[in-house]
Design a protein around this ligand. Structure first.
Ligand code: X5A
Ligand code: ZN
Length: 664
């Protein structure tokens, strides 16, 4: 199961033929540099190339009016003067004799991609297209867009494949108002968009781009807008919105298909967006969506006008779709004040529709009632802000580091009588442990004689960790007789010299977790039914769920709203995932957890399980190998106590962990 790449040089063959400052950035080179970067980096060779095709009339009519289609059909025969005049009835768009052909190819490419993914020919894919689509409307071109490629693709997927729920994630820096209008009364398509808004002072300057446009009639709750009221948003702002707004809703929605309006004008250096998120953020945004809908994800290019930033961002996205390890994001801060306001407003506007947001706090009244006065004030603040603080087109940033795949994806350390799951490499030999380490282990087990089997297991485990750290192996699965003791050994003895920061995720009850707490070399997040209020410290975070780990709703809520942001801020070099015996965690939840955790530490995850839990070895191995987790179906409403407790915990931890901030 691979990654599809759709590209056709034909779509580079139209351009602006007159002077129009609003349109001059939409150039054929956008597509050329994106594709060439994929070729140069060797990524295109690893994709499955799918031919583009033209969308048919009836497919275009899934979204657009006959009148509009017939009008566009005439453009190839128009004179330059006619084209100019035709263009005038629309906003910020241009026509060219070849654009109708390209627009049909752009929509058709999105449909070919949907076909490839829905028939199982590929797992996921990307379509590099021009013209973009998300601004075009039922009867109008707009914002460089002629046909709404992604909207057509969503309707097509529903019609042709009986897809029940489609999630559209629009990370382009402009509001895809065309997509919003298309689906605002439709509960089967959930549209999420963040966009530069500046209290309606940024194009397309629509009142309905604000957070309070939540959808209409039965579609209420299925339109999510997160307006950015300042420029200069960073990686941490984008991740906060994903963790605290989009992902909780997306998991509750449980889509059958994910479509991405993949505009890269939200990246640093873009003259339209003026944001500061780096191209490697798209690796993480992509990754965070890849465990939804069983991995069925179709990305379709929208905007992106800084050619350097665009090409890098496209590569980051494709490399993630291919399953390569994620880049580490260093020095993440909390969201900025303006981002917190935006995400708080969006959460609050949607909490009546989504049980995963039920406990979101109200934004302070003043923020709403004085918004416009405030916006004027902010305008001033901003111009006063040192100009070099703001990102401009001339801004430079380091090229994202190369993302190297280790020679071995997944390795295992297992007792000799346990069969190794397919695809995993069994570690059966190892060098002898240093005597010092052996004596430490003996101490740990409080036995004079650590038996031979145990020493063998631990020396193999040590070898595995060394190879993870050396990037010879991506991740590992280890079965031990006593998980609690093994966890302690790994954390205190085996990793201390090798790894700067270990994120320990402990699933289920464990009495003796008190030791690993103080110096920041280890961060423990434990999810169980046990309340250990007195234990809380910055580096030991127990999450208590009323019904423990078997409550998938509470569990996923804790993972998205707490574990993910903490992980991003902590930025571990190794993730140790410990499954306590009898934790009760549901298989699909366990796989989701493994999948999501692989966004940290370049994918270096070590899973520790008890030998008698062989039953879940297969699903663990599958998740470690990078197969998408099955969707979490039929999630129940979380227990109100759990939602409350989670919100309180987040509140309390906000002083130490800025990424947990959801209120101002
Ligand atoms: C697809 C896209 C932007 C239009 C900006 C017009 N369109 N000012 O990014
Ligand atoms: Zn855009």
């Amino acid at each position: 199961m691979g990654t599809a790449l759709l590209y056709d040089e034909e779509m580079t063959k139209y351009k602006l033929l007159w002077v129009d400052p609003a349109c001059k950035i939409e150039v054929p080179e956008r597509l050329i540099v994106s594709y060439e970067a994929l070729v140069r980096s060797g990524l295109s060779d690893r994709c499955i190339s799918i031919p583009a095709r033209e969308a048919s009339d009836s497919e275009i009519l899934l979204v657009h009016s006959e009148l509009y289609l017939e009008a566009v059909k005439k453009t190839p025969y128009m004179t330059l003067e006619d084209l100019k005049e035709f263009t005038l009835q629309f906003g910020d768009v241009y026509f060219h004799p070849n654009i109708y052909h390209c627009a049909k190819l752009a929509s058709g490419s999105a449909l070919q991609l949907v076909d490839s993914v829905m028939t199982g020919k590929v797992r996921n894919g990307i379509a590099l297209v021009r013209p973009p689509g998300h601004h075009s409307m039922h009867g109008a071109a707009n914002g460089f867009c002629v046909f709404n490629n992604v909207a057509i693709a969503a309707r097509y997927a529903k019609q042709k494949y009986g897809v029940k729920r489609v999630l559209i994630v629009d990370w382009d820096i402009h509001h895809g108002q065309g997509v919003q209008y298309c689906f605002e009364d439709d509960p089967s398509v959930l549209y999420f968009s963040w966009h530069r808004y500046e209290h309606q002072n940024f194009w397309p300057n629509l009142r309905e781009s604000d957070y309070d446009s939540v959808g209409k009639e039965s579609g209420a709750g299925f339109n999510i807008n997160v307006p950015w009221n300042n420029v200069g948003m960073e990686n941490s702002d984008y991740l906060s919105v994903f963790c605290h707004v989009l992902l909780p809703v997306a998991y509750e929605f449980c889509p059958d298909l994910v479509l991405v309006c993949a505009g890269f004008d939200s990246a640093i250096g873009d003259p339209e967006g003026e944001m500061c998120a780096t191209p490697d953020i798209f690796a993480h945004l992509t990754h965070l969506l890849m465990n939804l809908a069983g991995g069925k994800l179709c990305a379709v290019l929208e905007g992106g006008y800084n050619l350097t930033s665009l090409a890098q961002s496209v590569c980051q996205t494709v490399q993630t779709l291919l399953g390569d390890p994620l880049p580490q994001l260093a020095n993440l801060r909390g969201p900025c004040k303006s981002a917190v306001e935006s995400l708080q407003c969006a959460r609050s506007a949607h909490r009546r529709y989504w049980s995963f947001l039920k406990h979101a706090a109200d934004p302070p009244m003043t923020d709403i009632s004085t918004k416009h006065i405030k916006s004027a004030m902010e305008e001033e603040e901003k111009t006063e802000m040192a100009e070099e603080e703001r990102c401009t087109e001339g801004k430079v940033w380091p090229e994202p580091p190369e993302r190297l795949c280790p020679p071995v994806c997944s390795a295992s350390v297992l007792p000799d009588d346990v069969a190794c799951p397919d695809g995993l490499k069994r570690l059966s030999s190892s060098k002898d442990l240093e005597p010092l380490l052996v004596s430490k282990l003996k101490n740990r087990f409080r036995t004079a004689a650590v038996d031979g089997d145990r020493v063998t297991t631990f020396s193999r485990l040590y070898t595995l960790i060394e190879k993870l750290v050396a990037n010879e192996i991506r991740n590992g699965l280890v079965l031990v007789p006593d998980v609690a003791a093994a966890m302690m050994c790994v954390v205190q003895d085996l990793t201390s010299d090798l790894v700067k920061r270990v994120l320990v995720v402990c699933v289920g009850k464990e009495k003796e977790l008190d030791y690993v707490t103080t110096d920041g070399k280890v961060l423990v997040v434990q999810i169980s039914s046990e309340d250990r209020e007195e234990q809380r410290s910055k580096y030991y975070i127990p999450v208590c769920l009323k019904k423990g780990c078997s409550d998938t709703s509470g569990f996923i809520q804790a993972v998205l709203g707490l574990l993910l942001p903490l992980g991003y801020e902590y930025n571990p070099d190794l993730v140790l995932l410990v499954r306590m015996p009898g934790s009760g965690v549901v298989d699909s939840m366990w796989q989701q957890l493994i999948g999501l955790l692989q966004g940290f530490a370049k994918g270096h995850t070590l899973v520790l399980m008890q030998v008698n839990e062989k039953a879940c070895m297969g699903s663990t191995a599958s998740a470690l190998l990078g197969h998408p987790a099955p969707p979490l179906q039929d999630l129940q409403t979380p227990f109100p106590e759990d939602g409350d407790a989670l919100e309180r915990l987040r509140e309390r931890l906000q002083a130490d962990w800025k990424t947990l901030q959801t209120t101002s």
